[in-house]
Design a protein around this ligand. Structure first.
Ligand SMILES: C[S@@+](CC[C@H](N)C(=O)[O-])C[C@H]1O[C@@H](n2cnc3c(N)ncnc32)[C@H](O)[C@@H]1O
Length: 207
């Protein structure tokens, strides 16, 4: 499928630039750290579309006692994640094809990865995510809203990447349909390099 293969090639080629820009990006770091504070002292985590391993790195820096499975389709991102967060267990797979036992994780992170999935794929992934979470397990979900889907240039990639913009209300409905209740929903403006503004949405939810 062209949108996926072009997108993953762009992430492979620009993984270092993405890492330099986002590994310590304060607005995202703060949001992740707020969520980490909700987790139990010993926690089993799944990080889907883990990129260069920001979540595992933050869990390490926060001194959490955790095991983490991180999945990304970009080989180069997985290499960076293994360097940035040696405590994690990372593998190169498509998040649309994952399969785990029910109630395997205390926390699941979907940090800006559904931005590469269409609406049907998001429904199917969130159904699985709900099944993989233990009772009272927590979900961290971030994505963007407000623009038109399609290939775009980004500040960190010379090659175009395909982005989907999901509506917060529609995503909220999918979560509620899957027994996930919203703990917190926040929106934050993100200034793009071309001067436009994108709205970032952050949802903390609980099973
Ligand atoms: C915007 S980055 C987010 C990375 C990281 N979670 C973060 O918050 O910085 C999106 C990531 O999703 C990965 N990705 C896109 N489509 C994927 C798919 N179908 N399966 C697995 N990973 C995918 C990309 O390779 C990229 O690393």
């Amino acid at each position: 499928m062209e949108r996926i293969s072009k997108t993953i090639t762009a992430y492979d080629k620009n993984s270092l630039a993405f890492n330099d820009k986002f590994i310590d990006y304060p607005p995202y770091q703060n949001m992740i750290s707020e969520f980490i504070n909700l987790l139990k002292p010993v926690t089993k985590v799944l990080d889907l579309g883990c990129g260069p391993g920001n979540v595992a790195r933050q869990l390490m820096l926060a001194g959490k006692n955790f095991t983490l499975k991180g999945i990304d389709l970009s080989e180069e991102m997985i290499k960076l994640a293994r360097k940035n967060a040696p405590a994690g267990n990372f593998s190169c797979e498509d998040i649309r094809d994952i399969s785990f036992n029910a109630e395997s994780f205390d926390a699941i992170f979907l940090s800006f990865c559904i931005v590469h999935l269409n609406h049907t794929e998001v429904i199917s992934l969130l159904e699985k995510v709900s099944n993989y979470l233990m009772r009272e397990g927590k979900l961290y979900l971030s994505f963007m809203e407000g623009k038109k889907d399609g290939f775009e240039n980004t500040s960190f990639s010379k090659e175009e990447i395909y982005f989907f913009y999901h509506s917060a209300n529609r995503v909220k409905k999918i979560l509620e349909d899957n027994h996930l209740s919203i703990i917190e929903l926040k929106k934050q403006n993100y200034p793009e390099s071309d001067g436009s503004i994108t709205t970032d949405v952050f949802i903390f939810a609980e099973k």
